[in-house]
Design a protein around this ligand. Structure first.
Ligand code: G3H
Ligand code: 13P
Ligand code: ZN
Length: 328
């Protein structure tokens, strides 16, 4: 059944677990997520990005999620719009039937330029007013995702302008977070703690200086009732990087957010954990390996089944590690 994010995260807070929010772009991801949730009895948050809407088209995405709900009626599902860059974009998703939207006012409508605090409060507050009138939840974001190693705004390809963000913008301030929640009434708050989107988060395994779980604790202590969201939380499995590179890929040394660190965050108010890159890596690695090992095979269902299985295993591991398993 389709439910609001507020309802799902309230339950997660009451029982002290976190829910992975997986990005969805195609049938294979959708199947992998639902089969894993079914297998582990977990609640589901699926999210569609602007890139997903561009790739699949909003109607296909919407019906993909509705089809998942139809096939798995016993599983609670949140249909969430990831990183909306304006109230108008969120409004369109609400009209399409999403039960939750993210108004990311930390960046401007280009999705790149850091904004003022006042701008962020204003666009988020307006979105909450509109969404709540329709029974839809809102996630806001305070602070900019980015690498504390380089000051880079988290370029997905690993090459970007260094030093565009200063250290302060990349760690959410607990006092400001309290003021933001009070002024906007968001249902969940994405915070910046040193993570960034994509596979190139850390050049070496993160330490307290590059990934600040400490900052989560400080924010949670200040606003214990607020559901916190971790973006850029793929763990970048080293075994999948090895498989990709073994079968003709070329991905340089890189590290993600260790699952243990996320589990520590969950003990301090983190309820939604965004994961996209890990499914991309598992999909690519499994397809590269299948193609190399089965050179005469040309039925896409064969290599895409390998992709579904690889992604399903990642989903199962996250549902179990984050404690969502058994709460579906
Ligand atoms: O927000 C980042 C997610 O990984 C979605 O990425 O815009 O390439 O679909 P995307
Ligand atoms: P990853 O790139 O770490 O998977 O993060 C995804 C995300 O934050 C989507 O909003
Ligand atoms: Zn994100």
């Amino acid at each position: 059944a389709l439910i609001s994010m507020r309802q799902m995260l309230d339950h997660a807070a009451e029982y002290g677990y976190g829910i992975p929010a997986f990005n969805v772009n195609n049938l294979e991801q959708m199947r992998a997520i639902m089969e894993a949730a079914d297998h582990t009895d977990s609640p589901v948050i699926v999210q569609a990005s602007a890139g997903a809407r561009k790739y699949a088209g909003a109607p296909f995405l919407r019906h993909l999620i509705l089809a998942a709900i139809e096939e798995f009626p016993h599983i609670p599902v949140v249909m969430h719009q990831d990183h909306g860059t304006s109230p108008a974009i969120c409004q369109r998703s609400i009209q399409l039937g999403f039960s939750s939207v993210m108004m990311d006012g930390s960046l401007g409508e280009d999705g790149k330029t850091p904004t003022s605090y006042e701008y962020n409060v204003e666009v988020t507050r307006r979105t909450v007013e509109m969404a709540h009138a329709c029974g839809v939840s809102v996630e806001g974001e305070l602070g900019c995702l980015g690498s504390l190693e380089t000051g880079m705004a988290g370029e997905e390809d690993g090459v970007g302008a260094e030093g565009v963000l200063d250290h302060d913008q990349m760690l959410t301030d607990p006092e400001e977070a309290a003021d933001f929640v009070k002024k906007t009434h968001v249902d969940a708050l994405a915070i910046a703690i040193g993570t960034s989107h994509g596979a190139y988060k850390f050049t070496k395994p993160p330490t307290g200086d590059t990934l600040s779980i400490q900052r989560i604790k400080e924010i949670h202590a200040r606003i214990p009732e607020t559901h916190l969201v971790m973006h850029g939380s793929s763990s970048v499995p080293q075994d999948w990087l090895e498989i990709i590179n073994e079968y003709g890929g070329k991905i340089p040394e890189t590290y993600g957010v260790p699952v243990d660190e996320i589990v520590e965050g969950i003990k301090h108010g983190v309820r939604k954990i965004n994961v996209d890159t890990d499914l991309r890596l598992a999909s690519t690695g499994s397809i590269r390996r299948f193609m190399a090992q089965n050179p005469s095979e040309f039925d896409p269902r064969k290599y895409l089944s390998a992709s579904v299985k690889a992604m399903r295993d990642i989903c199962i591991a996250r549902y179990e590690a984050f404690g969502a398993a058994g709460h579906g």
